[in-house]
Design a protein around this ligand. Structure first.
Ligand SMILES: [Zn+2]
Ligand SMILES: [Zn+2]
Length: 135
């Protein structure tokens, strides 16, 4: 498989994933649901090094002490969640059209509202407490 390149709704920002990065996850937390516009944030675990173009159109919002969220300043598409410490990117899966990813993990499953059914059979599921390391 060649390196998949994805882009935002208006096409100004392009992001290329290393071909080895095909593991995806879903976050059902209330912040991700706001940011995605309603559903879980579906993202590819892409590591710290990504090729991007159109970076002058990338806006960043620090949503917590440990992470920022990037978006296209022209069209508003959510691009990626980035850990400030490790630099790891969780890139929005919707940028990549038909590229196949494997859903491995869903987090904040205890914050998923009842009104949508999403949990994927076979994925690892973690509650808020399990993610944050608190009892
Ligand atoms: Zn855009
Ligand atoms: Zn989240």
């Amino acid at each position: 498989m060649s390196d998949p390149t994805g882009f935002c709704l208006c096409g100004k920002v392009h992001i290329t994933l290393p071909a080895t990065k095909t593991t995806a996850g879903a976050c059902h937390c209330s912040m991700c649901r706001k940011w995605s516009g309603g559903g879980p944030f579906l993202a590819v675990h892409a590591g710290p090094d990504l090729a991007m173009s159109g970076t002058e159109h990338i806006g960043r919002f620090q949503s917590s002490a440990w992470a920022e969220r990037a978006f296209c300043t022209n069209c508003g598409t959510s691009l990626f969640y980035r850990m400030l410490g490790s630099g790891d990117h969780m890139v929005a899966a919707g940028l990549f059209g038909e590229t196949e990813f494997s859903m491995k993990q869903e987090i904040f499953v205890d914050q998923k509202p009842e009104w949508y059914g999403f949990l994927v059979e076979g994925s690892e599921k973690k509650t808020k407490a399990q993610v944050m390391g608190t009892p």
